[in-house]
Design a binder for this molecule. Structure first.
Ligand SMILES: [Zn+2]
Length: 328
């Protein structure tokens, strides 16, 4: 997918297109930004751009043999690394990829080593990369994509040029969902409202049952009014349920809870209720507004955000639910 088909990130894309046009793309890049905003798509578009046989204003044509092979993941000079089933990138696949960078590109102009979720590289794998990041082999460039760039070793960070990606707008998320994921416009809007600018979150919410997620989210928020720790732990147990919620389902609950806290802020401020994300559950919002003050809602928002980060860092679901219920 060329840059022009990527949704959002206009500034980053025009920077990259100019660099492709001039042949001045830095050899080591770190795409840093939230999960599910399209960093990996941009990395692929960049790999196409630097290898395209019919470049148009710094952007890949999308149809030449090279663009086509990259899109289908068949191009021998575009090497990708991604976390294994255990969620890590170990040293062996890294060594294997590096051993292939010792030669000139076979079919393209520039070899691209693209690393998805680069924060999953274990320490040995990161150390194995250092020398290549410092002195990239001729005609080779590295693109690391990460939602948690600060989890990378300082030495890796200092050898890469960081390009920051922000969250998508709600309209952009709707565009991606309707264009690429067969969402109806209404379903896309609903998911986008809660997705916090991330397509992957929207997709997770789309598959989770919103009504049940919202009921659990409301129960979790109401725990803020409980003084007794054991009562709060009982709420966590109830939210996790049986069979236990998956990581994705719990993340959906926390995100819905987070959107409810934003709605509480709207209600407490007496602002236009038309902007409520959970406008279709106005009685739930009003009930919670009676239980949680504006300050309590703000504190809950911060706690939920920290709970979500812990989940993204692979903390256990039960532990996160308990921590949130106690701290909220
Ligand atoms: Zn092309």
């Amino acid at each position: 997918m060329p840059f022009r088909d990527v949704v959002g990130h206009g500034r980053q894309l025009s920077l990259l297109a100019r660099a492709v046009q001039r042949g001045s793309v830095p050899p080591t890049l770190l795409f840093a930004g939230p999960a599910g905003v399209g960093k990996w798509r941009v990395a692929q578009a960049l790999a196409q751009g630097v290898n395209c046989q019919a470049l148009v204003d710094g952007d890949a044509c999308g149809t030449c043999r090279s663009c086509d092979r990259i899109a289908r993941d068949l191009h021998v000079d575009v090497l990708t690394l991604a976390p294994d089933d255990a969620g890590t990138i170990k040293i062996d696949p890294v060594r294997e990829v590096l051993s292939r960078t010792g030669y000139r590109p076979f079919e393209g102009q520039r070899r691209v080593v693209a690393i998805r979720d680069a924060d999953a590289l274990n320490e040995g794998a990161q150390n194995a990369l250092l020398k290549s990041l410092e002195e990239p082999p001729p005609a080779t460039m590295f693109v690391l994509a990460s939602a948690a760039p600060d989890a990378l070793l300082r030495t890796v960070r200092s050898r890469t040029m960081r390009l920051a990606f922000g969250r998508l707008t709600s309209d952009d998320v709707v565009r991606v969902l309707t264009r690429d994921h067969e969402f109806t416009r209404d379903a896309a809007r609903r998911a986008a409202l809660l997705a916090d600018g991330s397509v992957s979150v929207a997709l997770a919410l789309g598959s989770a049952d919103l009504t049940s997620s919202r009921a659990k989210a409301a129960r979790l928020l109401a725990a803020a009014a409980l003084h007794d720790v054991s009562a709060r732990l009982a709420v966590a147990k109830d939210v996790i349920g049986k069979p236990e919620l998956s990581r994705q389902e719990l993340a959906a609950v926390l995100r819905v809870a987070s959107s409810l806290t934003r709605d509480l802020a709207v209600v407490h401020a007496g602002a236009d209720r038309g902007t409520l994300a959970n406008g279709d559950a106005a009685d739930t919002v009003d009930r919670l507004a009676a239980q949680l003050s504006a300050a309590a809602a703000r504190k809950a928002f911060t706690t939920l955000d920290r709970g979500l980060s812990a989940l993204e860092r692979n903390a256990g679901t039960k532990l996160v639910a308990e921590w949130v219920a106690v701290e909220i």
